[in-house]
Design a protein. Structure first.
Length: 292
């Protein structure tokens, strides 16, 4: 009996300490989503931004490095009507798209939050996201743009223009600042950019194709949605000539999330606090006297 008690005396503090130093956390995000591309000239703006949400898990490798993964959801949109560029206004295009992203990233926190209450941090990794741009026609019908091949993608007359995939990889990276508000909770503010490998997040990239060829291959709706200047009160009713510039193919699109993060420790709140420093206290479990 005494040997069993002595063994428990040795093991229990170890088990309790392992529980207290658990490094797994729930992460929550709430903020806005926006994009930069052929319909949005500003790199960072709240204009035409939308709600963005996220949830994930983070595991601390050290007081400075952590691995985090999660799901981000938001939407992006833009309209030429809100542009200050007269050429874009005359083009009169618009789009919206839901963004659903899964990501895996490495995070570096500059200061150990076991000793500090505030620290900047940076992160980067890889993401897989889904998008599907759409716009509303003059009757208010929701029209998905990718199947229309608005720039000749997949049309026999333009073999070099391939249809773009709506599921793609991105490189997420960014930074922020975090505040330890308790042993088990950290509040942060971050900006996360997504480097994309497509210029078709907004369905606009290069030059107009021949309207007749587009009509034959994809129908009148494709012609209608690829050029909308004729819908304006004093707009040009003539479809642009083949080869006329529609977008800038040299610069890929981007999207980004910015907002507040909340990190909540799952399990104990012991020495490491789980946040690469979150607070402490040692185990109070001691051995009974006179075990032997």
């Amino acid at each position: 009996m005494r040997k069993t008690t002595a063994l428990l005396c040795v093991l229990l503090p170890v088990l309790v300490q392992a529980q207290e130093t658990r490094r797994l956390h729930l992460t929550l995000f709430g903020g806005v989503t926006n994009y930069q591309g052929d319909l949005q000239e500003k790199a960072f703006t709240l204009q035409q931004s939308n709600l963005g949400l996220g949830v994930g898990l983070k595991y601390d490798l050290t007081p400075h490095f952590a691995v985090r993964g999660g799901i981000q959801y938001g939407s992006v949109e833009a309209s030429d009507k809100k542009s200050t560029d007269t050429l874009r206004q005359a083009r009169n295009l618009s789009f919206q798209s839901k963004i659903l992203e899964g990501n895996l990233m490495l995070e570096y926190t500059l200061f150990n939050l076991e000793n500090k209450k505030i620290s900047p941090y940076i992160f980067g990794g890889i993401a897989l996201y889904h998008f599907d741009p759409f716009a509303y026609d003059t009757l208010g019908n929701k029209i998905f743009l990718q199947p229309l091949s608005t720039e000749g993608q997949g049309i026999q007359q333009y073999p070099d223009r391939k249809p773009y995939a709506r599921n793609q990889f991105a490189i997420p990276f960014g930074g922020g600042i975090k505040f330890r508000i308790s042993d088990n909770v950290v509040l942060g503010y971050e900006i996360g950019l997504r480097k994309l490998f497509t210029d078709y997040l907004d369905d606009v990239s290069t030059r107009y194709v021949d309207a007749t060829a587009l009509d034959v291959e994809r129908g009148a709706k494709a012609v209608e949605m690829s050029y909308r200047g004729r819908e304006l009160k004093n707009g040009d009713p003539n479809y642009p000539a083949e080869g006329t510039l529609r977008g800038n193919a040299k610069v890929k699109d981007w999207y980004y999330f910015q907002g507040l993060t909340l990190t909540i420790g799952i399990g104990g709140t012991g020495n490491n606090g789980g946040f690469g420093g979150g607070g402490g206290g040692k185990s109070r479990l001691g051995c009974p006297k006179n075990v032997y």
